[in-house]
Ligand binder design. Structure first.
Ligand code: SAM
Length: 216
């Protein structure tokens, strides 16, 4: 249960020196991979964006430990690399504002999240109208939320939640084409690779955090 892992009481209490010991600047985390699983996306992003700090948030203890070890091993075998990536065990549905300040993040990832099929379990989905308020809070204006799933019903649900939210707009097809991160959504994650091996379909929704519209 949640009581077994520590949670910072506020973003300023998050221990950057523990997670990014070689980074000695006031840089803050900009990318968050929610439900990162085995960390494949983060590993790819780490070298693609060497100047950005990024973190995976994962609920399962053993999986989190695996990702931690994976990152430490990569740091050892590639000196100077992978210092910008880390992972934390947490329940992202409860504690996002404990980790990130308002407008801190430029990218959030929700890749192949658990579907929670039954209607009564929809409140357990990581994308919901209520949680999007929280994600809008921690994302800066212009920041991007990336979602992908192989479950059509969940894909439709995530897209409709984002479409219905006043602080998100769909990213255009042209921009998706030009964004190197988009290709990684299915190629870099363990779940995406599994779906690709089985020649499964995927459903993607990528939205931008917009500025609130001011009425005059
Ligand atoms: N994103 C990875 C990928 O594409 O390979 C993993 C996908 S896996 C199907 C979903 C992951 O989300 C699992 O590792 C699960 O433990 C994690 N998860 C589920 N609920 C969570 C929560 N509330 N907070 C953090 N992680 C969660």
């Amino acid at each position: 249960s949640d009581s077994h892992f520590p949670v910072p009481i506020s973003p300023s209490q998050f221990d950057y020196t523990l997670h990014y010991p070689k980074i000695n600047s006031s840089k803050k985390i900009e990318f968050a991979d929610i439900g990162c699983g085995f960390g494949g996306l983060l590993i790819s992003l780490s070298t693609l964006f060497p100047d950005k700090l990024m973190i995976g948030m994962e609920l399962r203890d053993k999986v989190t430990e695996y990702v931690k070890e994976r990152i430490l091993a990569l740091r050892v075998s590639n000196p100077g690399q992978y210092e910008n990536v880390s992972v934390v065990r947490t329940n992202s549905m409860k504690y996002i504002p404990n980790y990130f300040e308002k407008g801190q993040l430029s990218k959030m990832f929700f890749l192949f999240p658990d579907p929670h099929f039954k209607e009564k379990n929809h409140r357990r989905r990581v994308i919901s109208p209520h949680l999007l308020d929280e994600y809008a809070y921690v994302l800066r204006v212009g920041g991007i939320i990336y979602t992908i799933t192989d479950v059509e019903e969940l894909g439709v649900w995530m897209k409709s939640c984002l479409d219905g939210h006043p602080l998100f707009e769909a990213v255009s097809e042209d921009e998706l084409e030009a964004d190197p991160v988009v290709k990684l959504l299915s190629t870099a994650t363990e779940e995406g690779q599994k779906v690709a091996r089985n020649e499964g379909q995927t459903f993607r929704a990528v939205f931008r955090r917009t500025a609130p519209c001011v009425l005059d």
